[in-house]
Design a protein around this ligand. Structure first.
Ligand code: CDP
Length: 224
């Protein structure tokens, strides 16, 4: 039975899935979980502990110790958003034992949303396929790589503290392509559109237009 209280939003880096997922959660008054932040937190914890992100032992140990309240720390949360952390996240995210270590926490969030919310929106790469295959509404949000790189480049510029130069556009585009390839080609829970997900290409849409389109698709599934 499809769960009408669950919305799964997947897609590649900087496709706009996070913005849409957050807005959908606000609209339905559902809880929101950015599962990418969990993989980013694992990677950052490894680096902060002086470990290596390509070491299975270091990454799995960090994943087992992961505590969602870490994301409430403003300094840690800001460091999660950097381009380096994004790339490091895609390295630890390719390890099956890392994924297994944080699967139960994601499902628990979906099944028992915090603050007694009536439902949940999760965004990531494998929400519709692996974490919440029973979600009634599933979106796969995408956009052309050049558009995604431009959006992420602007975000990184805005995130940068005064004075620090961010990566240039070509570097951001290269990082996004490298991450897309690693996410789509890995063996465990690769990024892919679930068979029953709706595709939303946000390349030529404003945020408002994308949200209107997303809401129409989600409402059709939740009311089905
Ligand atoms: O915000 P952006 O789309 O750039 O990335 P993110 O959603 O924060 O995810 C960072 C990385 O975590 C991705 O490149 C994936 O490697 C990994 N990830 C994953 O494997 N599975 C998820 N459900 C979410 C993220």
């Amino acid at each position: 039975m499809a769960n009408r209280k669950l919305i799964a939003v997947d897609g590649p880096a900087a496709s706009g899935k996070g913005t849409l997922a957050r807005r959908l959660a606000a609209y339905f008054d559902f809880a929101y979980l950015d599962t990418g932040a969990l993989y980013r937190a694992v990677a950052l914890s490894v680096l902060d502990a002086g470990g290596a992100v390509d070491s299975q032992a270091d990454a799995v140990a960090a994943a087992q110790k992961l505590d969602m309240t870490m994301l409430d720390n403003a300094d840690f949360a800001a460091r999660l958003r950097t381009a380096e952390t994004g790339l490091a996240a895609s390295v630890v995210a390719a390890m099956p034992d890392v994924r297994a270590a944080i699967l139960a926490a994601q499902r628990q969030f979906a099944d028992t949303p915090p603050q007694a919310k009536a439902g949940a929106v999760l965004d990531g790469r494998d929400i519709g396929t692996v974490v919440c295959p029973d979600a009634a509404a599933k979106l796969f949000v995408t956009a052309r790589p050049d558009i995604r790189a431009e959006r992420r480049w602007k975000e990184l510029q805005a995130d940068n503290k005064a004075g620090a130069a961010g990566p240039d556009y070509e570097t951001v585009l290269g990082d996004i392509k490298a991450r897309d390839a690693r996410d789509a080609e890995r063996e465990t829970a690769p990024m892919k559109q679930a068979a029953d997900a709706d595709l939303l290409d946000s390349s030529d849409l404003s945020i408002e237009e994308a949200f209107t389109a997303a809401l129409a698709l989600v409402e059709a599934k939740l009311n089905d």
